[in-house]
Design a protein around this ligand. Structure first.
Ligand code: PGA
Length: 316
């Protein structure tokens, strides 16, 4: 049997995702290229590795056997890769960072400042929502992750480095804009545009209102904070976003933060990786940098004119 590492890598991805399209996306290949690699692998194995039932594909028995080996080979290859990278040190390392969509507003700044001091390090930045980050952590795909509230189910090393207050936003001139201590029951009369399921912001918002015994009326659902802000500005409803996404809007005063009872929802940003992961010098240096400088990268929240937001209570 003659098989190549490339075929094994493609196979591992198709088998893990149980899909050619997702594997193609993950590996940055076209779908025909993925199918071709699998076909060649099946030819050299001499047995089919996948079977198709309806629209879904499943591993055959041979596929399951091969998957066990290909996963451990690919983990070992990753380890070799990490060791080689670490030998290159900080001069020429590679750094794969994944951040929550909401953290993108400041993560690029952190990376820009870090890259200035370490110009030899090649950085890749992946931006996805909380659900995407949980998958990446489960599959050990990123060196470091920046996210809100790390999951308890995975064995992770987590360190908080900055507050992440979630606030209620309204379009400029909204009647609630001038009110103080708006009762949560009053918010029930409004419609909210919300982030997609799988977003950390959405989870936190739902948890908060459930705890407070409030049922919100939700309208449109959107997959980015930018879309939420534009929808709020356009009068489609109120929104709940991290204050870190609002810098520009607050400067241009197109959106106002409402002074609602029990707000902001207090969250934190964490830098996270799998416990026991051998961090490369580049990853370790970036982690140290985030822990030392992370909370200085955003203007202090007092600049948003809402003193109640200045707080550092621990996230529940
Ligand atoms: P998200 O943010 O809403 O962009 O997924 C992640 C988080 O706040 O945990």
């Amino acid at each position: 049997m003659h098989l190549t590492l490339r075929q094994l890598k493609v196979f591992e991805s198709v088998a893990r995702n149980l899909g050619y399209t997702r594997a193609a996306e993950e590996l940055h290949l076209t779908q025909p290229a993925v199918s071709m690699q699998i076909k060649q692998l099946e030819d050299s194995v001499g047995l089919p590795l996948f079977e198709k039932m309806g629209k879904k594909i499943y591993l055959t028995e041979a596929g399951r056997e091969l998957y066990g080996y290909s996963s451990s080979i690919s983990r070992q290859l990753d380890e070799v890769d990490e060791i080689i990278e670490s030998l290159k040190g900080l001069e020429r390392g590679r750094l794969a960072i994944s951040v929550a969509s909401t953290a993108n507003s400041f993560a690029t700044r952190l990376l820009a400042a870090f890259s200035k001091d370490h110009p030899g390090v090649t950085v890749s930045l992946d931006v996805t929502n909380r659900r995407g980050l949980l998958n990446q952590l489960a599959n050990n795909e990123a060196d470091l992750v920046i996210m809100g509230r790390p999951p308890r189910e995975l064995d992770l090393a987590t360190e908080a480095f900055m507050d992440n207050p979630l606030v209620v936003i309204a379009p400029k001139g909204h009647p609630l804009g001038k009110e103080r201590d708006i009762p949560l029951a009053r918010l029930q009369e409004e419609t909210f545009v919300v982030r997609e399921l799988g977003s950390g912001t959405r989870n936190a918002m739902e948890r908060f209102f459930t705890e407070q015994g409030i049922r919100l009326t939700t309208g449109m659902e959107m997959t980015s904070n930018e879309a939420i802000k534009q929808a709020v500005e356009a009068g489609l409803g109120l929104g709940i976003v991290s204050i870190h996404t609002l810098e520009l809007e607050m400067e241009t005063r197109r959106i106002c933060v409402l002074d609602a009872e029990n707000f902001p929802i207090l969250r934190h940003w964490y830098v996270v990786h799998r416990r026991g992961k051998r961090l490369s010098p580049a990853a370790q240096a970036f982690k140290d940098y985030v822990l030392a400088e992370g909370d200085k990268i955003m203007p202090t929240l007092m600049t948003f004119g809402n003193p109640r937001i200045e707080t550092s209570e621990v996230e529940k």
